[in-house]
Design a protein. Sequence first.
Length: 252
Amino acid sequence: MATVYAIANQKGGVGKTTTAVNVAACIAEAGHDTLLVDIDPQANATVGLGAAKDVEPNVYDVLAGSATIAEATLATGIERLKLVPSHPDLAGANSELPREAGSEVRLREALVAARGHFEYILIDCPPSLGPLTVNGLAAAERVIVPVQTEYFALEGLAGLLDTLALVQRELNPRLTIAGMALTMHDGRTRLARDVEREVREHFPALVFDTVIPRNVRVGEASSFGRPVAHHDPHCPGAHAYLELAKEVVVRA
C-alpha cells in the first residue's frame, strides 16, 4: 500500500515542483514503484518529466469523474516512475469543485485503486490554498513543505499550517508533516544562513537535514524535461535531491 505525500506551499517560486519531480525520480530510481500526480494547472511537473500539457485523459478528467487514475497514468523516461499529467483546463476546477458536494475528497477517492500498485505517490500541489491543494492534502498522509532560504521564507507558513490543521480536523485526521525542505540555498550569503537557522529554530523536529543548493543545473534540467539526476548526475543539486529522497523514504 502506497504512502501518499503532498508537496505543498502556497508561496510560489520556492522549488515546490522541482522538489516533487526530483524526489519522485530519485525514489523511483532507488527501486520503488512511484507515481507523481500533477494537480497544478501550470503543469510544470508534467513538462518537467517530458510530457505535453495537452495529454488526455489527465488529472482534470480524473477530478471530473470521466477517467480513472489508471486511465490517466503515463509512463515516463524513468523506470518505475509513472505520471498523472495536469492540463491548463484544471484552472477551472478551482471554481467548479466547490459547487459539488464531497468535491474535497475527489482525488483521495480516485487514488484508492492506485495505492495497491505503487509504494510512493507524490502529489504536486498548486502554489495556493484553494480547492486543488485541499484535494491534495485530503488525499495525502504526509506533507513535504519546500521553504526557500530567502527573506519571506516564513511568511505564509502560518497560513499553510492553519490550513493543514483544518484539513486534519475536517477531512483527513491522518495528515502529518513529513518535513520542511530548505531549497534554493546559497550558503555564501549571510541571509540564507540566517533564514536556515531561523527555520530550524522555529521547527526543530520538522526540517530535513538535507539542504537543496541554488544550482543552475537544476533549472536547466527542467527545461529539458528531465530530472537533474538525468541531466547532470554529478552536480550538487543532483546529490542533494538524492539525499533528500533518502530522508523521505526513511521517514515514511
